[in-house]
Design a protein around this ligand. Structure first.
Ligand SMILES: CC(C)(COP(=O)(O)OP(=O)(O)OC[C@H]1O[C@@H](n2cnc3c(N)ncnc32)[C@H](O)[C@@H]1OP(=O)(O)O)[C@@H](O)C(=O)NCCC(=O)NCCS
Length: 174
């Protein structure tokens, strides 16, 4: 799987997947545009046969000691084949490159697939924000990752290092 850096030209395709993946609480076009344009953000996309099948975003201001996983989504037909984990690893490697030591995220309490993904990479639950997601009235679970420990941890497959995970098709970057 090769991820490439997202550009503003990806906005429309990202929003199609955003609305399909988060039917009740999708971001607006304007919010996503702001995210893609921000120097504090770092978004990647993954394509198959020319179609965008995944995206993920990090917020990691340079020089800050902490970063946030903002979002991650894989198209329904492309799930379950390691793409979500690969995109998450790409974001974490970039957060480390930017000097972050801690990464935070929020995940819906009714989203066991995403929780399992995050826990398996070493995120631990910090606390809950009751009824954070509206209009669904669902709690947010706040999770935290010790980034140096993630960078140092042995890869299960003995393959890609954390640094390799950050490899993004440079030719496609802006
Ligand atoms: C969460 C999401 C990004 C995972 O992407 P994916 O490509 O399917 O995930 P992967 O194939 O890389 O799987 C990674 C891990 O996620 C967990 N996982 C994935 N699908 C799962 C499922 N249906 N049930 C339970 N755990 C699941 C497992 O821990 C899995 O590891 P394993 O394969 O070793 O068991 C994807 O389900 C998605 O886009 N969901 C809709 C959007 C969303 O909820 N985003 C997260 C917002 S916080």
């Amino acid at each position: 799987m090769t991820a490439r850096r997202a550009t503003l030209d990806d906005l429309e395709s990202i929003m199609v997947l955003e609305r399909a993946s988060f039917p009740t609480d999708a971001w607006s076009d304007a919010m996503m545009r702001e995210e893609l344009a921000s120097p504090h953000s770092w978004y990647v996309v993954v394509e198959e046969a020319g179609n965008l099948v995944g995206y993920a975003g990090l917020r990691a201001p340079l020089g800050a000691s902490d970063a946030d996983i903002q979002t991650i989504a894989i198209a329904e037909g492309s799930r379950g084949r390691g793409r979500g984990r690969a995109l998450l690893a790409t974001l974490l490697a970039e957060a480390a490159r930017r000097g972050a030591a801690v990464v935070f995220l929020e995940v819906r309490a009714d989203n066991p697939a995403a929780q399992a993904l995050y826990a398996s990479e070493g995120f631990v639950e910090l606390g809950r924000r009751p009824r954070y997601y509206q209009p669904d009235d669902v709690d947010a679970i706040v999770m935290r990752l010790d980034l140096p420990a993630w960078v140092a941890r042995p890869r299960a497959d003995g393959g890609a290092s954390a640094a390799d995970a950050g490899a993004v098709d440079a030719g496609a970057c802006t």
